[in-house]
Design a protein around this ligand. Sequence first.
Ligand SMILES: [Zn+2]
Ligand SMILES: [Zn+2]
Length: 366
Amino acid sequence: MELPKTRKFAAIMEARVDEEIGGKIRNVHVAEIHEEPLPEMGPRDLMLKMETCQICTTDYQQWLGLREHQGFPMAGGHEWSGIVIAKGEEVTAFEVGDRVGPVHGGCGECINCRRGHSFACTSKGKSRGAVNGFLGSRGFANYGVVKDTTVVKVSNTIPSPEAGFLEPIATVICGMKRLRVQPGETVVIIGAGTMGIANAQVAHAFGARVIITELTPKKLERARSMGFAEVIDAKANDPVAEVMRLTDGYGADAVIAAVGLGAAYRQGYAMLKRVEGRFLLFAAGYPVPEWEINPNEIHYRRIEIIGTMSGDVSDFADAAFMISHRIVDASKSLEGKLIPLRDIQKAYIEAATPDAYRVTVDLQEV
Ligand SMILES: [Zn+2]
Ligand SMILES: [Zn+2]
């Protein structure tokens, strides 16, 4: 087989344009297709024919103009899957035909990486900067060349959009471990969006009783259709009172805020059991949410407030296992829309539409 010499990839440009999103006109960045030579293959590299990539919140918030600090032009995308079509002579862990997804694994060399704590990689500050004038790792591309240490195998038997949901599930698994969820505990998830649904599935897999609170009918319906019996309509009911009622006044052992809003933090905090409740801040909010907490209460009630972000290398391996064996059904966090790479601007419009689950881009359609 003749290997490709170039790739086409999508990038968010500095330029802006008006688009209609969810019935409103918004001034958003332009996303468009560019072409560049594929990097030379090294001895530990894999060449990938890319399949699909989801548009993550970090992607569309930058496109919306909410994350200007990330820089332009940005050729991002990290929720992809690809098939190995060639490998360097020193690659032993992968074969041509394997399906892989990306691992945010750090450098693999520093002391934190050696301990498996790759999120704390000490060489992370040295970012690669722009290549061929573009920032980002080229997740929205038809071909890729990657180091074998930066990917993990995912099953060939599931649809590619599910295989591409690796990083979000790794992030959720990391959060669940940090929250130390135990079988038989009651865990409340605030929000049934893309990441709320993912948190609910992983909490269930960890053996917890899962209660979900959500405001919008579409997401309430999605959570209920998955078989979650305790789903609270937070518009029709006071979610704090409902959680107290469902737990006979005991409260939640742990709460996961999968929404970055001050109101969600205040509600979640109020649902915690009287002593030793644990609260996980899973989502960031823009603008920065306001939340006042009483330090004395944290002290007297032994409350734990835990932050989480991304995952460590082991969480990605666990995520690949859970997705591959359908312990988690990643399709439940997806909108079910497959948009050609050549229509990347349209894909961003769909992804940024309020109440949308993850939108998928078909990377071979360019
Ligand atoms: Zn993501
Ligand atoms: Zn490192």
